[in-house]
Design a protein around this ligand. Structure first.
Ligand SMILES: *Cc1c(COP(=O)(O)O)cnc(C)c1O
Length: 384
């Protein structure tokens, strides 16, 4: 059986170091808000390329704290609008509505799967306060046009970087860069998570940088924002036993911080392995019944997910299952069709709906072997 993602094997890949880090924390007697968080926050901020990283309980909370901080700082008010891709994972949207803000769902492009930057401007109103881009599937969603719109309309740019740790954005290149252009824009690369005003990161175990449980972080260059996020995620307390805000307990624990610090060192190598698998898929999948997304250069894609599209998606998934290949669907039901957002259920978002109807995620991970990738491709190409 070729499993979609074996977390046991992913952990075993750096098992010795991870076990040593866990044991160190267990034996230290200090489990929250200590040296491990301090070290990981510093290392992660350095890696992403921001001045600050603030650990928190999970990726949803990271996004919630960014918008809550903007509300507390008076940058946003209840009822203000946030532009967001319609085909994201639900957490992006939950973080907006949790704060009394209004998500404005914008269609993605079918070839890139990311928010269509040509459809954004017409949706901007006097109430629009932010554009929230999502680097979905590990693909960079940033374009120069998005940056220009943020400047023109004084909007905050918030990044959901839950799926794209280690990815780069070409901040001076509005065109989608192809492989042949890689050498020419290399010098202007910034990591996703450092392009906007603030970014939310998830360390859910299955993510490219995954903990052994829940974890998240906010990155930003804005000290006021970073301090506010830290306060809100710690009961709303700036100083012990003094509460300026009605916060929650949403902290990253020391064991997870220690594990993440180990895995961070290997992230680029782990991503390079995903990129090698993805290159093999791109170069060898030839079945005309399958569509592959626009091929970005490796700098702009860390392949959290390798999606393929097929009109007979469910049949294809059954065929792969019968032949011992596990696949997943990201995601079967789009946010606007969920019961929790019943007010949107009548909306028509044809591209989003097509993606959700046709998407199938192939196995890809730091532990998938090239031999396994070859088997997947052979099965795909033999399918009629
Ligand atoms: C995983 C994910 C989140 C939420 O992260 P959690 O740590 O699971 O709460 C948010 N946005 C996107 C795009 C995600 O994939």
């Amino acid at each position: 059986m070729i499993s979609f993602l074996s977390l046991k094997e992913v952990t075993a890949l750096h098992g010795g170091e991870i076990n040593a880090a866990v044991a160190r924390v267990v034996n230290s007697g200090w489990y929250l808000q200590g040296k491990e968080n301090e070290k990981f926050e510093k290392d992660y901020a350095d890696y992403i390329g921001t001045k600050y990283a603030v650990g928190c309980a999970n990726g949803l909370d990271a996004l919630i704290w960014i918008f809550r901080a903007y509300v507390e700082l008076g940058v946003m008010q209840h009822g203000d609008e946030v532009i967001v891709p319609a085909n994201t994972y639900i957490a992006t949207i939950l973080a907006i509505t949790e704060n009394g803000l209004k998500p404005v769902l914008v269609e993605p492009r079918f070839d890139t799967l990311e928010i269509d930057d040509e459809s954004i401007e017409e949706r901007i109103t006097p109430k629009t306060k932010a554009i929230c881009i999502v680097h979905l599937y590990g693909r960079c969603a940033y374009t120069e046009r998005i940056g220009a719109l943020c400047e023109k309309y004084h909007l905050k740019l918030v990044e959901d970087n839950a799926q794209a740790h280690g990815c780069y954005a070409a901040t001076n290149n509005s065109k989608l860069a192809t492989d042949s252009q890689l050498s020419t824009f290399n010098a202007q690369l910034k990591r996703t998570g450092s392009i906007g005003d603030a970014a939310g990161h998830s360390f859910y175990p299955g993510k490219n940088l995954g903990a052994l449980g829940d974890g998240g972080a906010v990155t930003t260059n804005n000290k006021t924002l970073a301090d506010m996020v830290r306060t809100l995620a710690n009961y709303g307390s700036e100083r012990k036993y003094v509460f300026g805000y009605r916060g929650r307990n949403s902290r990253l624990d020391e064991i997870q911080a220690a594990v993440l610090d180990v895995k961070l060192k290997h992230l680029d190598d782990d991503n390079a392995h995903r990129q090698a698998i993805a290159a093999y898929y791109y170069d060898n999948i030839t079945n005309p019944l399958l569509k592959l997304p626009f091929r970005l250069n490796d700098a702009q894609n860390v392949y959290h997910i390798f999606p393929v599209f097929c009109e007979r998606r469910d049949e294809l998934q059954d065929y792969l299952t019968e032949n011992g290949v596990q696949t997943l669907i990201h995601y079967p039901i789009p946010p606007h069709k969920q019961r929790c957002y019943s007010e949107w259920n009548g909306m028509e978002l044809p591209i989003t709906e097509k993606i959700h109807r046709e998407e199938l995620s192939l196995p890809i991970s730091p532990v998938l072997t090239m031999e396994e990738a070859k088997q997947v491709v052979e099965l795909l190409n033999a399918w009629k």
